[in-house]
Structures are given as structure tokens and as C-alpha cells.
Design a protein around this ligand. Sequence first.
Ligand code: CP
Length: 309
Amino acid sequence: MSELSVDHLLGIKYLKRDDIELIFQTADHFKEVINRPIKKVPSLRDITIANLFFENSTRTKLSFELAEKRLSADVINFSASQSSVKKGETLIDTVNNILSMKVDMVVMRHPNPGSCVFLANHVDAHIINAGDGAHEHPTQALLDTYSIRERLGQVKGKKVAIVGDILHSRVALSNIFALQLLGADVKVCGPLSLIPKHIEQLGIEIETDLRKALEWCDVANMLRVQNERMAVSYFPTTREYTQQYGVNKQLLEDIGKDITIMHPGPINRGVEITSDVADSDQAIILNQVENGVAIRMAVIYLLASKIKK
Ligand code: CP
């Protein structure tokens, strides 16, 4: 396979296993590039990319911008809070105005689930989903599974527990799809109030006991409780949540197993993960961030190769 089966990256659910393998192979090459003294290639000198962020971001926004610049693309950044969206302009009008400035590709983060699919159906550009509400965050799942492959040699056959606020997490859904495509076994773990109804229909198991989930898994992906998406509290207190679903060094030592610890960020230190775990050799949290640049370079490069000039 030499090109992606899709024209946009809207979600992992639209990808085939071969797409992910192609993205990983391409990312392997770009990872080598970004570790050179000159971390840049001229591949996309004729491409212009707009980064549209309607929701806050540190890692994803900077990682996309760096990936674009390392591919030598021209880059424009749009922040909703400083734009004419505040004056009532629609999403389609906003994007069509940006595209009329000869932009080829749009990276968008938006609080509304499905917004990237909607945009792809209404504008003439390649769209990359940088996180749409609680729906999908495909490049996060790609960099997460790439990081598991890097640490453990392969994803196939590995047991991965996704722990925490599954209900509000786009990272969880995209990871479930990517891990299943690559042949991993997946369980979700958290209080039932934070686990979507009918999630078992995706072919995964629910475990409400963190110790049992950790005893089972090779990899634990610890998710943040997304208080900003909650109108009411989903558990009694943060202290009680941490007692039941926070990972700490003592718990890992008691279990006595070599578990790879992941976190997509931002971390709430002392809530879902303690600093002695987050900063330990067991954790690959900063490797995930590093790999995000190579993965995003790969996705952008592969989608740009489908642009008809
Ligand atoms: N992992 C992630 O999406 O982080 P940001 O919200 O900082 O982009």
C-alpha cells in the first residue's frame, strides 16, 4: 500500500489496518529526520495548511505546527477566541474564507462531536481532526499505538487498559478503534458513571477494579477526568476518585509487574497519576509527545500527496 485509503483523517473508524501501518512506516522515516541536526525536509514547500483551534490545546496545536514546519509547508494559525466567529460567522463561512486564500489543508479542533465530518462534507479541502468534542482524536491514537509499538515491539497481542473518564474521552474511543485494528486486547476501567452505556458492543470488556485491570494489562493508558465537560459530578469527591482509580508507585510495586504507563496529557498530578509514576521509567508520556510530531508529519505528508494541483 503506497497511499491512504482516505482523503481526510476524520477518525480512526474510517481507517483500515494498512492505513495505520503506512502511517507508522512513514513516521519511522520522519522520526529519523527530526533527530538529525537539520530537522527539516522540503517535501511540502507548495502546500499551505490552516490550523483552526476552537478549543484549548498545548500538545496537539504545537505538534501539528511543528510537523507542518518540519515538512516546509506554509502555516497559518487561527484561534476562535480572536476571530470573527465571535461576531457570528458560521464554521463553513469561516473555513471557506480561509480556503479562498489558497489553503490546501485544514487541521481542526472543535468542541462539537462530528464537526470535522460536517466540515469535510461542506468544504473543498483535506481535513484533519485534531479532536472533536468527546468523539475522536485520531492523531492521538496513532501516536499512542506507535509509542506502544516502539516500547513493546508490537501492538498485536498486547493487553491495554484504558483507565479513567471514558465517557468524555475522544482519546479513549480513537484508541479503542486503533488498538483493535492492530490486534490488541482492550479493557476500559473506571467508575460505571464514567463508562458509556453499551461500550461492550465495541467488543471490549469493562473492569471497575483498578488493581484487577493493572494485574491484567501490559499497558495502562491513564486518562484525565474532564471536569470541563461535566455539568454535574460523576463521583463523590476527587479524593475518593483518586483512592479508587489513581495509579501510584506503591500500587505498581505491590502488583510487581512491568506495566507501561501512558497518559495523553494534560496530566492532573496527584489525581489519576502520581508524580512518582508519571516521571518514572515505566511512563512513556514524553515519548508519546515526541512521537506525535513524527506521526503528524506522516499524516500530513500522506494526505498532501493526494492533493491534485
Ligand atoms: N493530548 C492532547 O490532546 O493534549 P492537548 O489538549 O494539550 O492538545
